[in-house]
Design a protein around this ligand. Structure first.
Ligand code: NAD
Length: 328
């Protein structure tokens, strides 16, 4: 069996080689993400895997179909960059890795929230000017005195709920689905209650047409003026312009963003500061905003699991089996 693996970094190579040896599969790796420009490289292989960060169009699935390839194993949770129906039309079974390490993402969200809660960025900004003072505007609160509002409590939101709960915070949750196993950690409620009562609002829903811009001007107006918004899910869940307005008008207190809309143009790349989009530059200049380049997932466990789970699924489907991680 031969698998073509796109978007493999130097760091990931050992995990792939180890899996290949253990499973007696030949794996060819390249660093470039899968796109319509390099789909042809998979000719002669039985299966394919890619990270799934870059959007692909139908031509990619059509090319795979031509080569007799029956699957594409995506190595991340979100499949919003894939056209699920088009893949199905071309006989391509798409799989994702639904839970490579929910704790990795949850811990990043909590870390950002704690950083902002204790106003570390504000102090760093002051100290860089030689100002080592503190005052009423920088006084903080303990996490166990906070109400946390989680929007979406699946794998990552659920893990986040457990961490905040262990820290002694009151945790409110809004989700379309109910999960009884989270009862010890959360109080389920409606979105309006989450928005209006929470000191920290953390987003954990996938990006769907129904969740795009789910946090916009109207929602910011419902939040507490000291609320901290955390987005470690997808940038497009938040209307970025409305977020900037809300921060500038002091409708909310702070924001931690591991994802930004349009991040595909610059996250993961080494750019000159002047090449960066204006909204990023505005946000990054605010001491009460923390932006990280979509690295909440980036832990050793997550890297190993996402690689191994995706390759296991590819192998299963090539051999005619089914994967419970099928998304289309
Ligand atoms: P999941 O599918 O386990 O959970 C998502 C939850 O959102 C589900 O419980 C679902 O019912 C709920 N939901 C869906 N639509 C909703 C809506 N309109 N309102 C309220 N709740 C809604 O997914 P997960 O593993 O927890 O991941 C969540 C998202 O996190 C992923 O889709 C991905 O976009 C993002 N993510 C980011 C990183 C990162 O590195 N920053 C890494 C992995 C995942």
């Amino acid at each position: 069996m031969k698998i073509f693996c796109y978007a493999v970094s130097k760091l990931e190579e050992p995990y792939v080689l180890n899996w290949a040896k253990k499973n007696n599969v030949e794996v060819k790796m390249i660093e470039a993400e899968l796109s319509s420009k390099n789909a042809h490289l998979a000719e002669g292989y039985d299966g394919v895997s890619s990270e799934g960060i870059t959007p692909v169009d139908e031509s990619v699935y059509a090319e795979f179909e031509k080569f007799g390839i029956k699957q594409l194993a995506i190595r991340q949770v979100g499949v919003d960059n894939q056209d699920l129906d088009a893949a199905r039309r071309h006989g391509i079974t798409l799989t994702n890795v639904a839970a490579y390490s929910p704790r990795a993402i949850a811990e990043m969200g909590v870390t950002q929230a704690m950083y902002l809660l204790r106003k570390i960025g504000v102090y760093q900004d002051r100290m860089s000017q030689g100002d080592f003072t503190w005052d009423e505007s920088t006084i903080s609160t303990e996490i166990f005195n906070c109400t946390i509002g989680l929007v979406g409590v699946g794998h990552i939101g659920g893990a986040t709920a457990q961490i905040y709960s262990a820290l002694g915070a009151k945790v409110l949750a809004y989700d379309l689905a109910y999960d009884a196993s989270l009862e010890p950690y959360v109080t389920y409620t409606d979105l309006d209650t989450v928005l209006s009562q929470s000191d920290i609002i953390s987003l954990h829903t996938p990006l769907f047409p129904s969740t795009r811009n789910m946090i916009g001007a109207k929602e910011f107006k419902k939040m507490k003026s000291n609320a901290i918004l955390i987005n470690v899910a997808r940038g497009e869940l938040v209307d970025t312009k409305a977020l900037i307005d809300a921060l500038q008008n002091h409708e909310i207190g702070a924001a931690g963003l591991d994802t930004l809309a349009d991040e595909i143009d610059f996250f993961g790349m080494n750019k000159q500061p002047k090449e960066l989009p204006e909204d990023y530059q505005v946000l990054n200049a605010m001491p009460n905003v923390l932006v990280t380049p979509h690295i909440a997932f980036f832990t050793k466990l997550a890297i190993r699991n996402s690689m191994e789970i995706a390759l296991d699924d590819a192998k299963k489907i090539i051999e005619g089996g089914k994967s419970r991680n099928t998304v289309n």
